[in-house]
Design a protein around this ligand. Structure first.
Ligand code: UD1
Length: 387
């Protein structure tokens, strides 16, 4: 990589969308605990802006309020990515950061990395190297491109190293640190409410959580599942059948909610065994997942969280970029295969399902390892005074 200016500016930490917040919260905390690191400045791109997708999570995770909010809002991928880049550039110019830290795989991750790389500001990517090998996923494009231009890549599982090696990334740029999302889970697990309390706070009937059979948790928001009427109707049909065997509680993403209305599919969810809620806060979701008999989801993060919680997860996708959750954890990839979902559901109800184990370095200390490494890395690249 090129020569960078002296590392004197702040650590510019970027978040944009819901799954970024639980990754960045422990990182900012770990940075703040090290006097040998510059101060952190938090930039929110505004990709997610609804209170339910944003404010509640900031409060739950004790994330400091952003120093800068770019307020980009929603748009097509091109519009959103371009607008983030346009608005991020002057922030970068004003802050002259030591480096830019991005997490995960959302549009904000790629947009800010690209601006920084072109300005020769080092890019640090947390959660690097995950691959679904499915370029139809917008996140896969974001992952591949961000990793190509990142200077420091922190990984959550060892499979990522093989993926990055195949893409020609030099091994000395890659560091296995563990999973910062699990740092948040470990730090907050004790603070999570009981399932009944979480449901009460969401204004839902608590009968589901109190049912002797227990309950399952559902989330669904991937474009491949919710953007086409046929796919969404198929997914909801499967969930409806599943709810006949186990009451399901579903926290619905605004994208999914809008599409259910647009395609006129609301009747599929009209049963008292399927409780539909708005997006939940971090702690409420943690409490609800922790008490569930299983989770049905297409979320990336929840595949990891259920593995850490030891709760069986059926992933309604054809692939996963987080293979360790299936190999060592409690996750099974089921796509929209009705027979498979129902037979695995029966098995989970009968036997408790896959036990799984905690993956290596998912121990609650990943952010501290990142902070320690970054302090050394920045110290080594500092231009000597007068040079
Ligand atoms: C984004 C991420 C995805 C992540 C997900 C978590 C990308 C490419 N995708 O997808 O990886 O899993 O966040 O939620 O970055 N909307 C609201 N309020 C909001 C935000 C969004 O109503 O606060 C609605 C808008 O109609 C918007 C749609 O949701 O068009 C999609 O939002 P967007 O940020 O484009 O993508 P997500 O589906 O949320």
């Amino acid at each position: 990589m090129g020569d960078f200016p002296r590392a004197i500016g702040p650590l510019l930490c970027v978040v944009g969308a819901r799954p970024n917040y639980m990754k960045m919260a422990p990182i900012i905390r770990a940075f703040g605990a090290r006097p040998d690191l510059p101060r952190s400045v938090l930039v929110h791109t505004g990709q997610h802006y609804d209170a339910s997708m944003n404010d509640r999570l900031f409060a739950d995770l004790a994330l400091p309020l952003p120093d800068v909010n770019l307020e980009v809002g929603s748009g097509s991928h091109a519009v959103q990515t371009a607008e983030i880049m346009r608005r991020f550039e002057p922030v970068l110019d004003a802050q002259q950061p030591a480096c830019v830290i991005v997490v995960g795989d959302v549009n904000s991750t790629l947009a800010c990395s690209l601006v920084a790389a072109k300005k020769l500001v080092p890019v640090v990517h947390v959660e690097a190297g995950l691959r679904s090998f499915d370029r139809a996923m917008p996140e896969e494009v974001n992952r591949v491109l961000t990793d190509q231009i990142a200077d420091v890549l922190y990984t959550t599982e060892r499979a990522a190293h093989g993926n990055l090696a195949r893409e020609g990334i030099a091994p000395e740029r890659i560091h296995f640190v563990g999973n910062v999302m699990i740092d948040s889970l470990v730090a907050n697990r004790e603070r999570a409410p009981s399932p009944a309390e979480a449901l009460r706070r969401a204004g839902a009937p608590t009968a589901a959580a109190a049912a002797p059979s227990g309950y399952g948790v559902v989330t669904l928001h991937r474009p491949s599942n919710v953007d086409r009427a046929e796919a969404l109707s198929q997914a909801l049909g499967i969930l409806r059948e599943a709810s006949e065997r186990l009451p399901l509680v579903c926290a619905l993403h605004p994208r999914t909610q809008q599409n259910i209305e647009r395609f006129g599919l609301g009747s599929l969810l009209a049963t008292d065994r399927f409780v539909v809620l708005p997006p939940l806060g971090y702690l409420d979701m943690l409490g609800l997942m922790g008490g569930a008999r299983l989770v049905l989801t297409d979320s990336g993060g929840m595949q990891e969280e259920t593995t850490a919680l030891g709760v069986p997860c059926l992933t309604l996708r054809e692939n996963t970029e987080r293979p360790i959750t299936a190999e060592q954890g409690t996750n099974t990839i089921v796509g929209r295969n009705r027979e498979l979902v129902l037979s695995l559901l029966d098995e989970i109800l009968r036997t408790g399902g896959k036990r799984g184990r905690m993956p290596e370095l998912w121990d609650g200390h990943a952010a501290e390892r990142i902070a320690a490494h970054l302090a050394r890395w920045l110290a080594e690249r500092k231009v000597p005074a007068g040079a």
